[in-house]
Design a protein around this ligand. Sequence first.
Ligand code: UDP
Ligand code: MG
Length: 334
Amino acid sequence: MLSVVIPVYNEEESLELLHSELVEVAQNERYDLEIIFIDDGSTDHSWQIIRRLAEEDQRVRGIRFRRNFGKAAALSAGFQAAQGERIITLDADLQDDPHEIPRLLAKQHDERLDVVSGWKRIRHDPWHKVIPSRIFNWLIGRLTGVWLHDHNCGMKCYRREVLQEVRLYGEMHRFVPVLAHARGFLVGEIEIQHRPRRFGHSKYGVRRFVKGFLDLLTVTFLTGFRQRPQHLLGTLGLVCFFVGGLGLGYLAVYWVVAQMRPDLGLKPLHQRPAVIYSSAALLLGAQLLSIGFLAEMITAYQSRESDAYSVAERIGLSTPTRNEPQQAGESPTR
Ligand code: UDP
Ligand code: MG
């Protein structure tokens, strides 16, 4: 079965068209299809339309949020509900063309990929969105080693296992391929057709890039040091500690020399700014180390075994229950 998960935030004009396009593709390709619309607190008539579509078409399902919780939350809810072995995400604004679904699935099948991301090679978006996005994608590649041209593409295809392991929160939907890659899943991309927005307007402004950058730092930290935070914080701490210690050591010698040889005319210590820099470095080092220990304690007590590794196959062993997908809400920190 194929599940199509569609986050919807004030997209009333697009829904019916999108639905008919999806149905057409499913008919041509003979998919056993399920369409899950998640109404992310729309203030227009999106929910009424979803409800009507669901009445007319068995394959349509709907989830309505009480208020706007963001795209990642909407996708999460959709992933929880999805029953298909393969799950496709689409934007509701008709910018992603459902006719690309067969190519996405073929690519996934042929190259045995776990995640296939779309790549809007020719984009129909304004330049102030395209250029920052290029830089952002390059930065993600640099920092995480996952080189996709278009991390933020709404059209992606996943195998079920990926979404059972990768938990979404905040605005982390952009980083599912990165998080999946960090757990050893195979990630690839394919060029897709992109269409201009026909109705409504984009739900994101320039602020997304600031938030996106902060999220990128978090993801880099989580994928690299989630299990051993002290390896990052402690290293920085030790460097600061060392620099501070060296500085103070030098000043101590300097002070002794100044006491013993007043004829040299050395400045008194309180006129040397190095005193402040060295002490600050020493304190910072101590701070970082102790924060690192706190982070280690949280990791030690909070992290589940299933977070530490990802199993691809088992022989002669049934899947233990604790590695099965956790219910939402069990672990609010992920
Ligand atoms: N969306 C959502 N919740 C939000 C913002 C957006 O569910 O808080 C949905 C929106 O309805 C659309 C998709 O996420 O289906 C992508 O949004 P948009 O087209 O505004 O983003 P852009 O194409 O400008 O990146
Ligand atoms: Mg869009």
